[in-house]
Ligand binder design. Structure first.
Ligand SMILES: [Zn+2]
Ligand SMILES: [Zn+2]
Ligand SMILES: [Zn+2]
Length: 258
């Protein structure tokens, strides 16, 4: 299994428009963070995790020409507002099976009615994304691309966000806490992904870095990667400050799992 970090930035992205802080002005390419997205390459196919606003640029950068399934963790704009970019992938091939939680199916249908309402036809000579929405239940395994995925329901301030475990990979973004039920499902993973914003002040719906480190130690993964990072932390600073077995992810990073 191979994990590719497409986008490792928080909702503003890094650099932030109008900001000249050291991270935003950095010439380290690892300090340029597009909005959250990832790829999981499995023996029988490739899963895209979320459809962020820079999806087209991310897929071009990763050299990706096909996707076999899409997992949407939740419907915040930084995670789904690039959904139209899958049009390029489905224009030639068939429908893209897409998985999310039941509460997000209707939200997606309302927000992107032009995609999901069959009575809305694309303009002559054009096309629209071909997406088939499926829903999973929290903690009930589904078979996806020939593998068992366990949907992990995690509090994200008010709404819930849905990560997953597949084999030796645990993937959670936009978490504020890891409930015991999630911790139990994550124990024993080789690679864990967790969101983290910054050092210091706690946030209402996301881990800060201290909280992510604590959650990582509770899971005890072989290695934990931090994603969804803000401009308040430079990559080099994180490398120097994070404890053993916790690393900052960056856009384009590829990790072999198991
Ligand atoms: Zn900045
Ligand atoms: Zn969110
Ligand atoms: Zn987010």
């Amino acid at each position: 299994m191979k994990l590719t970090f497409l986008g490792t930035g928080t909702s503003f992205g890094v650099p932030v428009i109008g900001c000249d802080c050291p991270t935003c002005a950095s010439d380290d390419p690892r300090d340029r963070r597009t909005r959250h997205g990832a790829l999981v390459d499995l023996p029988s196919g490739r899963l895209l995790v979320d459809a962020p606003p820079e999806l087209r640029l991310q897929l071009l950068a990763a050299g990706v020409t096909s996707i076999d399934a899409l997992w949407l963790t939740h419907t915040h704009a930084d995670h789904v507002h690039g959904i139209d970019d899958v049009r390029a992938l489905t224009a030639q091939g068939g429908d893209l099976p897409t998985w999310t939680a039941p509460e997000y199916v209707q939200q997606l249908q309302e927000r992107f009615r032009y995609i999901f309402d069959d009575s809305v036809r694309p303009p002559m000579g054009s096309s629209k994304p071909r997406i088939v929405l499926n829903s999973f239940e929290a903690f009930e395994s589904i078979t996806l691309l020939g593998e068992e995925f366990i949907p992990l329901q995690v509090p994200h301030g008010g709404p819930m966000v849905y990560g997953f475990r597949v084999g030796g990979l645990g993937y959670v973004t936009d978490a504020k806490t890891l409930p015991d039920r999630v911790l139990n499902k994550l124990r024993g993973v080789d690679v864990l992904v967790l969101n983290a914003l910054w050092f210091g002040r706690p946030h209402g719906s996301h881990f800060n870095i201290e909280e992510a480190i604590e959650a990582a130690s509770q899971v005890g993964a072989g290695v934990t990667y931090l994603t969804h990072l803000t401009h308040r932390v430079r990559h080099s600073e994180l490398l120097a400050k994070l404890p053993a077995k916790v690393l900052p992810a960056y856009d384009g990073l590829v990790v072999d799992v198991g």
